[in-house]
Design a protein around this ligand. Structure first.
Ligand SMILES: Nc1nc2c(ncn2[C@@H]2O[C@H](COP(=O)(O)OP(=O)(O)O)[C@@H](O)[C@H]2O)c(=O)[nH]1
Ligand SMILES: [Mg+2]
Length: 334
């Protein structure tokens, strides 16, 4: 209780300790989360995702600097960097730290690097938990940086109110990202490294695929005739993801990008999507915790030998996995 109070009062040491407890999923961490949870729900969560090397960390660094410098209200910024490919001692995380040195010494900014732990669902869950700690601690903007284009990144991106998908020219990432359906979760697209050759190609590829992921034309059947309606005039509640070109290393395009992010937040609030996203996020968190708890309870009630016996029956093809679960739930091994 004393520790969480210190977090609420803005004590950085207490914050660091609670973040560690939460990341380790210790009993102290769980207790702290429960105490902090009523204080959450205020922050704007911004997800930044894309392939490794596209310049996400550089971009996040610049965005944070921009917020700290330009914003009259000097919002406090937390950064959660999730990089399963690099453990805590690894070079990439160290590199991130070095690149983020512009921000060190600024007490309005808190950076936390996190490496992979446990299952894929575990990463998303841990990230959500860390985000809640920052939210309760009063950080108005929380940026979550994730690598790659896989399902786990999509899950982590779903935590955010606003998702930035970062591409860079010449990496052939367009195709990779599109395959993973990552454009569908993009609220704002960023072509970073716009100082490099091939920007036009990347932009063209993105634009045509964006059309597929976020159709601008909606076809309605009306009295047997098909009518095509183009947004946004047709439906002001729809958001068409803008494409921004940036050079993170030089801070180019950052102010415009920040403006789009702010516009998206305003759009979410006006359209009611802010609440909808909160609901979806907390709903899926609830679902994940429930699944975990039910599974744990289930395993507590089934003796190990019994479980192994059933597994053997499945292996010998005497029982299908579905039948196996049924008999485990019924408490009989058939
Ligand atoms: N030329 C150029 N290089 C950049 C730009 N942004 C980042 N980089 C460099 O690209 C490399 C990867 O950047 P990083 O931010 O670590 O990418 P991340 O893996 O997506 O987080 C670093 O060497 C950066 O200095 C940019 O806009 N232009
Ligand atoms: Mg990075």
């Amino acid at each position: 209780m004393a520790l969480t109070n210190s977090v609420l009062e803005g004590n950085r040491l207490a914050l660091a300790r609670v973040l560690t407890q939460v990341e380790n999923d210790s009993s102290e961490g769980r207790a702290a989360l429960a105490e902090l949870f009523p204080h959450t729900g205020k922050a704007h969560l911004i997800g930044v995702t894309g392939a490794s090397g596209t310049g996400k960390s550089s971009l996040v660094n610049q965005l944070a600097l921009h917020y700290r410098k330009s914003d009259v209200s000097r919002k406090r910024i937390a950064i959660v960097a999730v990089d399963p490919s690099s453990p805590f001692t690894g070079g990439a995380v160290l590199g991130d730290r070095v690149r983020m040195r512009d921000l060190s010494g600024d007490h309005g900014v808190f950076i936390r690097s996190m490496a992979s732990r446990g299952s894929l669902g575990g990463i998303a869950q841990t990230t959500a938990a860390l985000t809640q700690v920052f939210d309760a601690a009063g950080f108005e903007i929380i940026i979550i940086e994730t690598v790659g284009a896989g399902q786990s990144e999509v899950d982590i991106a779903r935590l955010a109110h606003t998702t930035l998908v970062v591409e860079a020219p010449g990496l052939g990432d367009e195709i990779q990202a599109i395959k993973a359906g990552i454009l569908e979760i993009a609220d704002v697209l960023v072509i970073n490294k716009a100082d490099r050759p091939g920007v036009e190609n990347t932009e063209r590829a993105l634009r045509s695929n964006l059309e597929l992921a976020h159709p601008t034309q909606r076809v309605f059947r009306h009295h047997g005739q098909s009518m095509s309606v183009t947004r946004p005039e047709a439906d002001a509640t729809l958001w068409l993801p803008p494409i921004h070109k940036t050079v993170a290393t030089e801070g180019k395009g950052i102010a415009e990008l920040a403006e789009s992010i702010a516009k998206h937040a305003a759009h979410l609030r006006q359209s009611g999507d802010w609440a909808a996203r909160d609901r979806a996020r907390l709903g899926s968190e609830l679902e994940a915790v429930l699944q975990e708890a039910l599974k744990a309870r289930f395993h507590e009630n089934i003796p190990n030998e019994k479980y192994e016996e059933i597994v053997e029956k499945v292996l010998s093809r005497n029982l299908s996995p579905r039948e196996a679960v049924k008999s485990l739930l019924n408490g009989s091994s058939r």
